[in-house]
Structures are given as C-alpha cells and as structure tokens.
Design a protein around this ligand. Structure first.
Ligand code: MN
Length: 261
C-alpha cells in the first residue's frame, strides 16, 4: 500500500506526475480515499531536501518579528524593550518554484530575507538546552510582506494576516539538513535585487537565537515535526516590483533566486 502522503502528491512538486506514477491498483486506492472526503482535500505541502529524494512535509510556518536590532529600529521600535513575538503564515503560502507573483490589493510589497529553521521534532515547553535536538535543517526564505496593508493593521490594531499570510508570501529554497552543515550561528545574510545589495546582516545579530526562539515558541504552541520557523530579517527591507530578480543568501545554507512576476 502506498504511503498516504503520496495520494495526491506534493502540492508544489507536480501532483500530476506523482499520480501518473501510481500503478492501477494504487490509482484505485486514490479513488477510494478521495470518496471519503466530502469536498476536495488539500494536498500536502512539501519542501525538497538537499541531497535526498525524501521531501519535508510542512506542518506550520511560524515567523519571528523584529529579531535583528537594526531592523527593529528601522521599523520604529526599541529592540531592547521587546520580548519575542510571533505570527504565522500558512503552509500553502510557500512559493517553491522560483517565482513570486505580485499580490493583489497592495502597492508596497517588501522583501524580508530570513533563515528558515525546519523542525524534525516538537513538543511543549522545550528547554533551550534541548531545543537544537528538534532542528532538522535550514533553508533560505523570504517573508514577503504587503507593507501598506500591514501598516494599516498596526494603525488600527488589527491582526497582520492580510499583510503577511497571503498566497505565495513565503518564497523558500530547499532544506539543507543540519547533518550536512551543522547549525549556523554566524555568517552573512544578504538580499540583492537585480544585483544590488538591499539587505546585509549577520546571523550573529539575531536578538533571540534559534534555541531561545524554539523554547519560547514551544511555551505558546505545541510544536510538531514539519514546523518551519522564519527567524527574522536584518535591516534594509524595501519594496519589490514585477520583473525584479531577487537573490537571497544565508552563509552555510545557500542562495535562493526569486523572480517577481
Ligand atoms: Mn519577517
């Protein structure tokens, strides 16, 4: 019997191909499974893993706000006064095909380069000194933000969803296992648009380090294998426009190329 996660195939990895690859008996099973859902079931969201044919199934996407002092300051906040705070994107907001379709209802969409932490284990109230045991690997991601809508949410004291959790709002590259690269704690983080530097920072500038953010987050939510944490952005955030080629880099993890379409 094929594993259930393959029954419609990964959303971003060609479900048609995956389904076509199933043999007749498996296709029959797919039909039987489909009949158990009252409406079309959402496909699993999966991310490719460097050096592996296995894929990473995504449970949730958490994002850390204002985690680099210089970015907190550029957004008008005092980095010394704030405990960490979090918001979420939806797993199917991931954009894994190298394209970022410019979203509707905004004329000021900002890039935020972030290192993404992928969890292999979860739990509640995970102590910081055990937190790294939960980390599967890392990826390069962009927390795309409808800044104009987010600013309006801030002003009106409304939630940030429409600014943060929209379609394709999380371009991301393949996950690189920690077993290959270890756990990066320092190294360059930068983002270029059309070859020009826009954001430049260092992983060692994070206010809340990876184990601390896992510990803190696990006090608020029960974490699970498949969770992704976008770890915050250095300063230099700014607008993108259609036609831009964005290059995002995290030292030790890799480079992500994204076309704004
Ligand atoms: Mn961000």
């Amino acid at each position: 019997m094929p594993p259930l996660y393959g029954w419609r195939g990964p959303v971003h990895n060609g479900p048609e191909r995956a389904v076509a690859a199933l043999n007749a008996r498996e296709a029959d099973l797919v039909n039987q499974i489909n009949k158990t859902f009252a409406v079309a079931a959402p496909p699993f969201v999966t991310v490719p893993i460097k050096g592996s044919t296995a894929v990473f199934p995504v449970h949730r996407i958490y994002c850390v706000g204002r985690n680099y002092a210089a970015h907190a300051i550029e957004m008008g906040h005092d980095p010394n006064k704030e405990p960490p705070f979090f918001f979420q994107k939806n797993p199917d907001n991931l954009a894994l095909d190298g394209n970022f379709p410019y979203p509707p209802k905004s004329s000021n969409v900002h890039h935020e380069i972030e290192m993404v932490v992928a969890l292999s284990r979860g739990g509640k109230d995970i102590p910081a000194d055990k937190a790294m045991e939960c980390v599967f690997g890392y990826a390069v991601g962009i927390d795309m933000t409808r800044r104009d809508l987010q600013d309006e949410c801030k002003k009106l004291q409304r939630p940030w969803e429409i600014g943060k959790a929209f379609e394709h709002s999380a371009p991301m590259g393949e996950i690189v296992p920690a077993s290959q690269i270890g756990h990066p704690t320092k190294g360059a983080v930068w983002l270029k648009i059309n070859g020009e530097f826009k954001q430049q920072g260092d992983l060692n500038q994070m206010i809340w380090k990876v184990p601390e953010m896992i510990a803190y987050l696990s006090g608020l939510f029960e974490l699970y294998p498949g969770d992704l944490i976008m770890s915050g952005t250095p300063s230099g955030v700014g607008p993108v426009k259609r036609g831009d080629l964005i290059e995002s880099f995290v030292e030790g993890v890799g480079t992500l190329k994204t076309k704004v379409v």
